[in-house]
Design a protein around this ligand. Structure first.
Ligand SMILES: O=C(O)c1ccc(O)c(O)c1
Ligand SMILES: [Mg+2]
Length: 635
């Protein structure tokens, strides 16, 4: 694997905070951004020693601006400025300087002049044993493409002058970068990597505010990196990401996220295609665990709700205050030892949990300590970026008597009463629950967990999206952005290729202002039913309230869509929300928020609908807001 680098500008905090975070995350080398050095109270020598003490090297000092194409009267000052920076780099022990293409309005469009000036500057640098890497900014005054920057480097023809290729500047302007593979690799002095969402906006603003780590955006980072390496380039792959959120996030977390992106990128370079991100380690949701929280009402409310939905409390954990509730393949754990009511954990069904755990470790997922007692299932668990616990497991039915177990064939087949899918002697997680002996309630139509909706902390969203795609081997699906009552919300769905695991992530686009109520966005669990009217009527007859959907919503639905009159009437009568796509349609019911941070959604996918009803989220969020207001106002 190539050496990995990160620019100090990617991270938040003082220069020391940034360097310490880069070292802790395992980077080999750093780019020192000039502004970060200037702002540091430490001398260049102290910074050099600090970096060496961390086991890092400095691979680049940057940027040096407005060098080439300067009017002759200004170029004298450019030379003087360069000398000062070369002396600084001597003190710092930095061997390569980045010069980015000029943006000054007085820059002269004359390639011969520009090449000659670059040659002169390279000659000055060579006197210090320093190399210059010349980078075309996508918004450079005259030089804005990699081809043009290479042309000037070739013309200048000085051994101390080479190219800096920055994936953002290249890919933001063109898909035609194959020619980079034909460049002499030893003339590429430095490679910077940044991804970005595909946005139709001014390229400077796009670059300065929206860059992302590789594989977090929509640019072809794997293709770019493969092409650069094909040239024979053997230097570091260094991240240079200007991002408004990362600039205010914990640098230690950002640095780990950054390193994860490079590891995943290397995997993607080695194995093309989204499949490289994962090889279907996750084949289903084995269970979702809801924290009950400290409010004494929440547990009973959840139990009432699950009972009304047709779930049965089938098991009690042997050593923890955790209940198991089941209906068909939907399994929900209620954990009253958790202080917050939220989706505290979930388990993924995996054909090879140990392989899934190894993959997670390779991608720097934080392992959770195994807190099992002897004779309890040894489940591997990792922490998602927001702290949600994720288990990898293979679900086996509760152990069969020993004699029978020995004669039962092992295999990867779906668990049935007759087969165990865990190796002999290894407990399945269901064995950790003592049966309650409760008679299973008649089903209300609920068949499975459809998806989990995890509200993300403001500064963890891009990290979470990459985490779920790489660590869990899921793929990115539909994305949306909508205006909720207290600001814009961004949502992304991720799933396995077969749509057995679906998760949606959401985040406020901007940090919430003071006017917004001080409640956290709720998490929710969506259950699939094959008979929504039946599930709804079971809830109604149990007296469980559903979220009230405004009449305006139904009027708009009628205006937008030409629905069959019976369906139209049914949607209104059920108090459901509706969406459709090319494959089918979707009916959604919601419970009010329970315990501050959880609600359930019950959906029916008719005819193979593939979406998540994102179009309905603004109305649903406003309805939840109304419900909270009325729950709290004295009547
Ligand atoms: O936004 C800039 O000015 C800037 C500076 C240096 C770089 O390497 C770069 O890619 C962008
Ligand atoms: Mg750059």
């Amino acid at each position: 694997m190539a050496r990995t680098g990160i620019a100090t500008v990617c991270l938040s905090g003082t220069l020391e905070d940034r360097l310490n975070a880069a070292a802790a995350a395992g980077f080999d080398t750093v780019e020192i951004f000039e502004a970060d050095l200037i702002a540091s109270p430490r001398s260049p020598e102290q910074i050099r020693d600090h970096i060496a003490g961390l086991g890092l090297t400095i691979s680049l000092y940057q940027p040096f601006r407005d060098a080439e194409g300067a009017p002759p009267q200004r170029f004298a000052a450019t030379r003087r400025r360069l000398r000062a920076k070369l002396e600084l780099m001597d003190r710092l022990g930095a061997g390569t300087l980045l010069i980015c293409s000029s943006v000054a309005p007085d820059t002269i469009a004359d390639d011969d002049l520009a090449a000659d000036q670059l040659r002169q500057l390279a000659e000055l640098a060579a006197g210090h044993g320093i190399r210059i890497a010349y980078e075309a900014l996508a918004w450079g005054r005259h030089v804005s493409t990699w081809e043009h920057s290479w042309d000037l480097v070739r013309r200048a023809d000085h051994p101390a002058l080479g190219l800096c290729l920055d994936s953002f500047h290249v890919l933001s302007r063109t898909d035609r970068f194959a020619g980079i593979a034909d460049l002499p690799g030893d003339r590429i002095f430095f490679v910077q990597l940044a991804d970005a969402p595909r946005l139709d906006m001014d390229v400077l603003q796009w670059s300065r505010h929206h860059r992302l780590f590789p594989l977090q955006g929509g640019l072809d980072l794997a293709g770019f990196t493969r092409t650069v390496l094909a040239s024979g380039y053997a230097g570091p792959l260094s991240l240079e990401v200007f991002n408004d959120v990362f600039r205010q996030a914990d640098p230690h977390r950002t640095a780990v996220d950054a390193r994860r992106s490079l590891i995943a990128l290397q995997d993607a370079v080695d194995t093309p295609g989204e499949a490289a991100l994962g090889n279907a380690v996750s084949t289903g949701i084995a269970f979702a665990e809801l924290g009950v929280g400290d409010d004494t009402d929440t547990g009973p409310q959840l139990e009432t709700l699950l009972t009304a939905l047709g779930f049965t409390h089938t098991g009690q954990h042997r050593s923890k205050p955790v209940q198991l509730w089941e209906q068909n393949t939907a399994r929900i754990l209620l954990n009253s030892g958790v202080h917050e009511s939220a989706i505290h954990a979930f388990a993924l069904e995996s054909t090879d949990p140990e392989a899934a755990a190894r993959r997670a470790a390779h991608l720097l997922a934080a392992p959770l300590p195994r807190r099992r007692r002897q004779s309890e299932a040894d489940l591997t668990a990792i922490a998602a970026p927001d702290g949600t616990e994720i288990f990898f497991c293979r679900t086996a039915p509760p152990s069969l008597p020993a004699a029978e177990t020995r004669t039962t064939p092992l295999g990867d087949s779906a668990p049935t009463a007759a087969t165990r899918t865990t190796p002999l002697g290894q407990h399945g997680w269901l064995d950790d629950f003592l049966p309650t002996g409760e008679t299973p309630a008649p089903t209300t139509g609920v068949t499975a967990i459809d998806h989990l909706s995890l509200a993300q902390p403001f500064d963890r969203y891009d990290e979470a999206a990459l985490f779920y795609r790489t660590v869990l081997g899921l793929i990115g699906d539909e994305a949306s952005e909508f205006a909720a009552p207290f600001g814009l919300i961004r949502t992304l769905a991720i799933r396995d290729p077969e749509r057995r695991v679906r998760i949606t992530l959401s985040v406020p686009v901007l940090r919430r202002g003071d006017w917004a109520p001080a409640v956290r966005h709720p998490q929710h669990l969506t259950l699939a039913t094959d008979d929504l009217p039946r599930t709804a009527s079971a809830l109604r007859s149990a007296g469980v309230p559903l979220l009230a959907i405004p009449g305006n919503y139904y009027d708009d639905l009628d205006a937008r869509l030409t629905l069959d009159p019976p369906l139209r009437t049914r949607i209104r009568d059920l108090g459901a929300m509706y969406d459709e796509d090319a494959h089918g349609h979707y009916l959604q019911l919601f419970t009010p928020v329970i315990g501050g941070r959880i609600f359930l959604e019950i959906v029916q996918r008719v005819g193979g609908y593939r979406g998540y009803g994102f179009v309905n989220d603004p109305v649903r969020m406003a309805a939840h807001r109304e419900q909270r207001l009325h729950a709290h106002s004295p009547r």
